[in-house]
Design a binder for this molecule. Structure first.
Ligand SMILES: Nc1ncnc2c1ncn2[C@@H]1O[C@H](COP(=O)(O)OP(=O)(O)O)[C@@H](O)[C@H]1O
Ligand SMILES: [Mg+2]
Length: 234
């Protein structure tokens, strides 16, 4: 089966002498589903996202065991630009993802790095801004936008590479109520288009859109019934 994300027996620690952050983790994220991963601060949620994105081991080193496959290909054997066309990640703080003088430059960054034709890059900027309802901000300075608007631009810059897998690493935690709702409805639209979504959260507030729930604690990942969880916590 062509599984978008398949993790098998993953273990990781940053330092050889340090403790294992991830222990024997297995997970399959499916097309058209929103998989939620929850856990306390420092439990290794971002570390797990880095492993899926190949940021570990391609950018951050450490001791890695087990396997991470994206569409049946080991991330270990993929180059970072190839991974970026298959999986994208949006972080908590959009300022870490925006660094250009205009919104369109920020969104063009990914497509230009893939050496796409100018016209194609232009089409992708328009389309990905349209998907997040931010078309009129194409020529704005990202620095002048609100936190919520910046996060929509960060999402748009990821969507410009048209990845099948999209990870939201606590991407709603700094947003006000209105922006949070906007981002959640974009996530639902992406799911309905058949994208594979992983949302990483440390609170229960956004779990209503999730199809499956996993808890990461003490290095272990365990699936919980999302129904029971909602009645218990929400
Ligand atoms: N680059 C790094 N080098 C060493 N330790 C790190 C690094 N990044 C995170 N850690 C440690 O790994 C643990 C898990 O961090 P993280 O994955 O960011 O957790 P979470 O996203 O759940 O808050 C923490 O103890 C953190 O201090
Ligand atoms: Mg984190």
């Amino acid at each position: 089966m062509n599984c978008p994300v398949k993790i098998k027996d993953l273990g990781f620690r940053y330092d050889r002498d340090g403790k294992n952050i991830l222990n024997d983790i297995s997970l399959e994220a499916k097309r058209g589903e929103i998989t939620a991963i929850m856990g306390p601060s420092g439990s290794g949620k971002s570390t797990l996202c880095y492993c899926i994105m190949g940021i570990i081991p391609h950018i951050y080193g450490g001791e890695l065991s087990g396997e991470v496959h994206i569409f049946n290909k080991p991330v270990l054997h993929m180059k970072v630009p190839e991974i970026a066309t298959k999986a994208g990640i949006i972080f908590q703080d959009p300022d870490t993802q925006l660094f250009s003088p205009t919104v369109e430059d920020d969104i063009a960054f990914g497509p230009e790095n893939l050496c796409l034709e100018r016209n194609e890059t232009g089409r992708r900027i328009k389309k990905s801004l349209g998907l997040v309802g931010m078309g009129k901000y194409r020529y704005s300075d990202p620095g002048c936008l609100s936190g919520g608007e910046k996060q929509l631009i960060a999402i748009s810059s990821v969507l410009s590479l048209n990845p099948e897998v999209i990870i939201f690493d606590e991407a709603m935690s700094q947003l006000d109520e209105e922006s949070r709702h906007r981002v959640k409805s974009i996530i639902k639209e992406l799911k309905n288009k058949g994208k594979t979504i992983i949302i990483v959260e440390h609170e229960t507030g956004n779990l209503d859109i999730a199809d499956r729930l996993f808890i990461l604690e003490d290095g272990a990942l365990k699936e919980k019934s999302i129904k029971n969880f909602r009645t218990r916590w929400v």
